[in-house]
Design a protein around this ligand. Structure first.
Ligand SMILES: N[C@@H](CCC(=O)N[C@@H](CS)C(=O)NCC(=O)O)C(=O)O
Length: 277
């Protein structure tokens, strides 16, 4: 089969690829990169992924990057079981969810992860010189600026409030999608794009699991269909033969500790977002 995935177990965008591959019952080799140690900046890896990010899939000698592109590629090359609905309108709904995740939710979860735990983790492990060097090597200037601002200001950085608002809109979109799916399938336990698990579910679940770990569950407290879907999607992922599907236990314990410390800031942002509506 000759599939090699460069990834990090903690990275949400790599998790969605591992979930799609395992749902398709594929075998792959993995090469784990330690992002905190800057292994994504190694010259050999930059040849595969010039943006210095994970995941990258290498199949038959060809490097494919961008998690959503990778998942579509997997669907094209390994169509069974299908993770794209047959119906064109349902496919469009699936792709819209994937697009919102790529455009808005990935950066939003990135900012909030940075603010809640990553900056503390990096401060504990790196000297100020190492930190400066880390940011210098981030290839995309906009990404570098966003990361540096969040590193300095945490949940008070300009991006944090916008990130919670983006998640609030996303959760409402998931709720609508589940409602639509429930109407067109007699199924009371729908997936995001209909009656079958799709690439939309594989893409959304890592971000929602991370949102939950960051203390953002109140965003869907009044949306029981979203909570029920999340539980089903987590059960699906955890039943796959993928170790540490959402990251290691040590990672979850570390996130929980910092999330507790940052809970007042998260609550302030949630309150402000709820007031704006
Ligand atoms: N749009 C890209 C985003 C990739 C990305 O941002 N990956 C993160 C992990 S989720 C990363 O490698 N970060 C490394 C860094 O921040 O230096 C995709 O979906 O593949």
């Amino acid at each position: 089969m000759n599939l090699t995935l460069y990834h990090s177990v903690e990275s949400t965008c790599a998790q969605k690829v591992r979930i799609a591959m395992a749902t398709k019952d594929l075998d792959w080799e993995e090469l784990r990169l330690n992002l905190r140690k800057g292994e994504q900046f190694a010259p050999e890896y930059l040849k595969l992924n010039p943006k210095a990010v994970v995941p990258t899939l290498v199949h038959e000698g060809v490097a494919i990057r961008e998690s959503s592109v990778i998942n579509e590629y997997l669907e094209d090359r390994f169509p069974q079981p299908p993770l794209r609905p047959a119906d064109a309108a349902a496919r469009a709904r699936m792709r819209l969810i994937v697009k919102i995740i790529d455009d808005e939710i990935h950066p939003a979860i990135g900012v909030l992860s940075y603010a809640v735990f990553l900056r503390h983790q990096m401060n504990a492990r790196m000297t100020p010189d190492e930190l400066r060097e880390h940011f210098r090597r981030v290839t995309d200037p906009a990404r570098r600026e966003r990361q540096q601002s969040t590193h300095e200001k945490g949940l008070e950085s300009p991006g944090a409030a916008g990130a919670v608002a983006a998640l609030q809109r996303f959760v409402a979109h998931l709720d609508d999608s589940l409602d639509q799916a429930a109407q067109i399938t007699a199924d009371r336990e729908p997936w995001l794009a209909g009656d079958r698990y799709s690439l939309a579910d594989a893409a959304a679940v890592p971000y929602m699991v991370r949102a939950r770990a960051l203390g953002l569950t109140p965003l869907w407290a009044a949306r029981p269909a979203v909570g029920a879907w999340l539980q089903r999607a987590v059960d699906h992922a955890q039943a796959l033969p993928v170790g540490e599907v959402f990251g290691s236990d040590a990672f979850h314990a570390m996130v929980a500790e910092y999330a507790e410390q940052e809970a007042p800031g998260v609550e302030t942002l949630l309150k402000a977002t709820a007031e704006v509506g």
